[in-house]
Design a protein around this ligand. Structure first.
Ligand code: SF4
Length: 275
């Protein structure tokens, strides 16, 4: 019998699944050994950190606006060129969600075997019985290709989990996959959102992949380093892996900046269902 190295219960998020996908060793260092940020991920660090702070603040401003604080009051928080540009873009091009009930900064969770799945949504917009739209605000400097986003764990997990764990947002009725849409809204490209409609086939495919991946992680022994070295350039663990000591250049960085918030989940506030 293989003894799992994974703590149990383990909470799987899109970040941890994506880390496993990109590099099993990174998953092990981050989530099993819990080595936190031993090295900067890009140089110069100030640019990286500033973008991280601006991204967090932008998310907070949007969330506050959605719960009813007027945009004019919030605009004083836009205290940098980036924030001011993103905020203007949001005000001019924010989605029209008239008629929807809005759940900003909402976390859903569901057990899966001995473990648990969790997703923290920037916004879930619901017209009960008709349509549910997941919004995710992105402050990417480059607009990723739709094919790249479609294959990301975030796109798969967020739609799949909403379908299984979001009934209470839908008047306690089942959410059909065909009623789900996921939209990435880009603060730097406000008129080019990426939208993905869900359906039964995608749902089946995603749940199969979720089960397969979690079973694989459960019995994983090696947690091998990624074959490609590209992810190492922007990885905090490169010195552990002898994959260089210098961080990748910020100008070349096209990934997502992880904010600490991504890891902070208050399960008291989480809607969880058994299935
Ligand atoms: S440095 Fe490379 S091999 Fe090491 S954990 Fe990071 S991505 Fe994986």
């Amino acid at each position: 019998m293989t003894i799992s190295q994974l703590p149990s219960p383990f909470t799987f998020s899109q970040s941890s699944l994506q880390d496993y996908n990109d590099c099993p060793r990174r998953f092990k260092l981050r989530y099993i050994e819990r080595l936190l940020w031993p090295a900067v991920e890009t140089e110069p660090t100030q640019d990286y950190e500033r973008h991280q702070q601006e991204g967090s603040l932008f998310h907070r401003m949007v969330q506050q606006n959605i719960i009813g604080i007027p945009a004019e009051k919030l605009s004083v928080m836009a205290n940098s060129d980036n924030l001011s540009k993103w905020w203007d873009a949001y005000i001019q091009h924010k989605p029209d969600l008239n008629g929807y009930t809005l759940y900003p900064e909402y976390t859903l969770s569901a057990p899966l075997g001995e473990h648990r799945l969790v997703a923290k949504y920037d916004l879930i917009a619901v017209k009960p019985g008709e349509r549910t739209i997941i919004y995710d605000w992105k402050t990417y400097r480059k607009r990723p290709r739709n094919e790249y986003l479609a294959a990301r764990w975030q796109t798969r997990l967020y739609s799949a989990l909403l379908e299984r764990a979001g009934n209470h947002l839908n008047g306690d009725a089942l959410i059909l996959p065909e009623q789900i849409e996921m939209v990435y809204w880009f603060s730097n490209f406000p008129i080019e959102p990426a939208s993905f409609n869900y359906n039964k086939e995608k749902s089946q495919r995603d749940w199969d992949l979720i089960a397969k991946t979690i079973a694989e992680i459960n019995t994983e022994k090696e947690f091998a380093m990624s074959e490609e070295e590209r992810p190492c350039k922007f990885c905090a663990y490169r010195s552990y892996c002898d994959r260089g000591i210098k961080a990748g250049e910020w100008d070349e960085f096209d990934g997502e900046i992880e904010t600490e918030e991504s890891f902070e989940i208050d399960f008291e506030q989480v809607g969880e269902i058994a299935f």
